[in-house]
Design a protein around this ligand. Structure first.
Ligand code: CA
Length: 229
């Protein structure tokens, strides 16, 4: 049974989500503030985190960044009460995998949970057969093991960063527009901004860079989009 942690300070929403997680076959657990949320991530090792942004103790952005900084790549769905695009992009910039806006329908939330868990399983699934490894110069992407290396250095990526890199690398040399990448990597139901793509590309470049050439693996094609070299 998949364990899902909800970090949310509003008791009504927390209880409603917990109830629905349970009726949908998930093991739902909850934290009511940011500090307790982080503690529970460490202690309970959930398969997915539903993360409210405005929280006492630590806000959702801080929690997400803290987890990513310590190399924890548990999928995160941010819950935002504000509809401003900035909030959404910021959430994704901090390493969230998806977001949902309040007020939301329970069916929509369950669909997003299912989609994020499924994507995560596909990318982390261990294969007993030979692993598929995409190689571009010093960059090695192990598709089954969800592992990325530059030379001997392991690179920790979030789920979305990994999927984006994998997609570009699988189609090496082909130029994709931001809209195409949003559709292919985030899915057509994703109501994100094309800026989201730029933010993820920037993070990928920072993580892959040897400090000399930021565009070593992912090239910007002016007026068009991006491609893997
Ligand atoms: Ca809140």
């Amino acid at each position: 049974m998949k364990k899902i942690l909800i970090i949310e300070d509003e008791p009504n929403i927390r209880e409603l989500i917990l109830y629905n997680l349970k009726t949908n076959g998930y093991d739902g657990i909850a934290a009511e503030d940011g500090i307790m949320g982080i503690t529970m991530v460490h202690r309970e090792k959930p398969d997915l985190i539903l993360l409210d942004i405005m929280l006492p103790g630590k806000n959702g952005y801080e929690i997400c960044r803290e987890l990513r900084d310590e190399g924890n790549n548990t999928p995160v769905i941010m819950i935002t009460a504000k509809t401003e695009e900035l909030d959404k992009v910021m959430g994704l910039e901090y390493g969230a995998d998806d977001y949902i806006s309040k007020p939301f329908g329970i069916r929509e939330m369950m669909a997003r949970i299912k989609a994020v868990l499924r994507r995560y399983e596909i990318t982390t699934e261990l294969s007993s057969a030979e692993d598929t490894v995409i190689i571009i110069d010093d960059l090695k992407i192990n598709v089954e093991r969800h592992e990325v290396k530059v030379g001997d250095r392991s690179v920790e990526l979030t789920l979305k960063e990994f999927e984006l890199l994998k997609y570009l690398a699988e189609n090496r040399g082909r130029v994709f527009t931001r809209d195409q990448l949003l559709n292919s990597v985030w899915g057509i139901d994703y109501a994100g901004e094309t800026r989201t793509v730029d933010v993820h590309i920037r993070h990928l470049r920072q993580k892959l860079s040897d400090g000399k050439n930021d565009e070593q693996y992912i090239e910007t094609i002016r007026g068009k989009g991006y491609k893997a070299r």
